[in-house]
Design a protein around this ligand. Structure first.
Ligand code: DX5
Ligand code: ZN
Length: 223
């Protein structure tokens, strides 16, 4: 892990003002989001509904910040490549939902995106070790997917450390990303466990100044 990446999650933004909310953490504001995290939920894989491909296509046209789409949907084998074709930088699917995760990663990369695999808090890492050789990002969920503003599940840190070790020993080549409950209270533990990329929704968009919140989190992740 070198420079930490900070990925504000638009789930906690004002959905009527998404372009402004993206600009508030990057570009002209001087804020420094490395990636913008976009939570796609289908009310089947998770009990919540957000937005889908048409909105992501419009977001993609309205920002220079690389989009990080987190697909909390059933049947990603069918739907995920559309997000890659839209120009999304990193497309993450859930291990629990993908039927053919290796083939899917290949299709995502062929469409020009980075491929991400996410595991829920109770999903073990080790069964996916071989599959993860085909991926660019591992997204460790530190809350049950579905909603922003939940409490960080510290038990996932052990799994995160094991992922870090696999990367450092050369067994995997991944960006290790964490998502859920990351804020000024929890980001240091996550950084210590070896996380490269930190998703933060309520800690960024719930703050008075989202760009400053990004920089505050970044400085905590470095130390
Ligand atoms: C939850 C989403 C997260 C969410 C995190 O299912 O995947 O990306 O936005 O929100 P916070 O940072 O508030 O926990
Ligand atoms: Zn997410």
């Amino acid at each position: 892990s070198n420079q930490p990446l900070i990925a504000p999650s638009l789930l906690s933004a004002d959905f009527a003002r998404l372009a402004d909310e993206m600009a508030a953490v990057g570009g002209d504001s001087g804020g420094g989001a490395d990636w913008l995290h976009v939570d796609v939920m289908d009310a089947h894989f998770v009990p919540n509904l957000t937005l889908g491909l048409p909105v992501v296509q419009s977001l993609q046209k309205s920002t220079d910040i690389p989009l990080d789409c987190h697909l909390m949907i059933d049947d990603p084998d069918r739907w995920a490549v559309g997000y890659a074709e839209a120009g999304v930088h990193n497309v993450t699917v859930h291990a629990e939902a993908a039927d053919e995760p290796v083939g899917l990663a290949k299709n995502l990369r062929a469409a020009g995106a980075k491929a991400g695999l996410s595991i829920k808090p109770n999903t073990p890492l080790e069964p996916y070790t071989d599959v993860l050789k085909h991926y660019d990002t591992l997204l460790v969920m530190s809350v049950e997917p579905g909603f922003g503003g939940q409490k960080f599940i510290g038990e996932v840190l052990e799994k995160t450390r094991r992922a870090r070790r696999m990367v450092d020993t050369g067994h995997l080549n991944l960006v290790v990303e964490i998502d859920g409950g990351i804020n000024t209270e929890t980001i240091e533990q996550a950084a210590e466990a070896g996380v490269d990329c930190f998703v933060a929704g309520s800690a960024v968009y719930g703050a008075e100044d989202p760009a400053r919140a990004v920089e505050g989190l970044r400085s905590q992740a470095i130390n």
